[in-house]
Design a binder for this molecule. Structure first.
Ligand SMILES: Nc1ncnc2c1ncn2[C@@H]1O[C@H](COP(=O)(O)OP(=O)(O)OP(=O)(O)O)[C@@H](O)[C@H]1O
Ligand SMILES: O=P(O)(O)OC[C@H]1O[C@H](OP(=O)(O)OP(=O)(O)O)[C@H](O)[C@@H]1O
Ligand SMILES: [Mg+2]
Length: 284
């Protein structure tokens, strides 16, 4: 019995999808000419596919699970269940117009032509905003459209904004924020659900580890109370005496997001020799 997982063959999500599986202790080789790969140490088989096809494959039960961007998932409207957000492939689906155009509000799109690979999402957004515009569907290189007279505006994915900039466009509306998600077929049999729970336990440990750092520092004993207040840790900090009288070593876990603020406060409280170490897995 295998869990069959569909991931993107080559593109923006491929490397992170494979890394996630590998960090979960599931060793899979990247896609070569071979488009199926059996993991060595977990009952998982990986299918390497075009990302657009993944929601359909999971809906049909050809694959049990898939890793896909929310942008593709919501465009395709397939009947699959989102199991977990994965924290990579972050981008937004945005409307953009030529930099020299006099865009003022959504109403400026009335009667205009919009080039996009996301006709369903754009259509729904236009309807919500009560704007009537024409959609011209193209499958790639969308940002070229206004420059060659194909459309007045585009709706495409943006992350750094450099593709828009290089093509003389400016972002004017965000219609969807997106990241990669793990999706599953709505009804899986009990044995596969059990494997999925096992996989999710590992994914959660990997994600928690990525969001936290292990911190070690030395501090004079009279500063410890203030330092403990800054470092709640998973339960409470570990404290070990140093060979030098009156000093201790403190170990704890700090969320990545609060990290720099904490370090400043710790130094101010008297901490020295602060070491910060990545965590490989974190089981809470
Ligand atoms: N610039 C970006 N930054 C971050 N994530 C992105 C970016 N562009 C796309 N993505 C995410 O990665 C997914 C795959 O993007 P990619 O450009 O590799 O797709 P593609 O060209 O359609 O690939 P395929 O050949 O599999 O159909 C997108 O659907 C989106 O979720
Ligand atoms: O805001 P930016 O950082 O410039 O990213 C945006 C670009 O990234 C994606 O294309 P990608 O580079 O993946 O190529 P593709 O069109 O072949 O999918 C997307 O379709 C945009 O064109
Ligand atoms: Mg695609």
């Amino acid at each position: 019995m295998n869990l069959r997982i569909a991931i993107q063959k080559s593109g923006r999500l491929s490397e992170d999808s494979l890394k996630l599986l590998n960090d979960c202790g599931i060793s899979v080789k990247s896609a070569g000419a071979k488009l199926r790969s059996q993991a060595e140490n977990f009952p998982v088989e990986v299918y390497f596919l075009r990302d657009d096809d993944i929601p359909q494959y999971v809906q049909d039960g050809v694959a049990d699970l898939g890793v896909v961007g929310e942008n593709v998932l919501y465009e395709k409207c397939k009947d699959v269940e989102v199991v977990q957000k994965l924290g990579f492939g972050r981008c937004r689906l945005s409307l953009a117009v030529p930099r020299n155009s006099a865009y003022q509000s959504v109403a400026s799109l009335e009667g205009r032509k919009i080039a996009t690979s996301y006709p369903f999402l754009v259509e729904s957004w236009l309807r919500q905003n009560r704007v009537d515009a024409e959609i011209h569907e193209i499958s790639g290189s969308v940002e070229i459209a206004p420059g060659i007279g194909l459309a007045d505006a585009v709706c495409d994915l943006v992350s750094s904004g450099s593709t828009l900039f290089m093509n003389g466009l400016q972002e004017v509306e965000t219609i969807l924020e997106s990241e990669a998600v793990l999706v599953k077929k709505t009804e899986l049999d009990e044995e596969k659900e059990k494997l999925l729970r096992k996989l999710l336990f590992r994914i959660n440990s990997v994600q928690a580890a990525r969001k936290n750092k292990y911190i070690l520092l030395n501090a004079p004993n009279d500063a410890l109370d203030e330092i403990f207040a800054l470092l709640p840790g998973m339960k409470s900090p570990t404290v070990l005496p140093l060979a030098e009288e009156g000093w201790s070593s403190v170990h704890s876990v700090v969320p990545e997001a609060e990290f720099w603020d904490k370090i400043e406060a710790l130094k101010y409280a008297g901490a020295q020799g602060i070491l910060v170490v990545p965590i490989e897995k974190m089981i809470q």
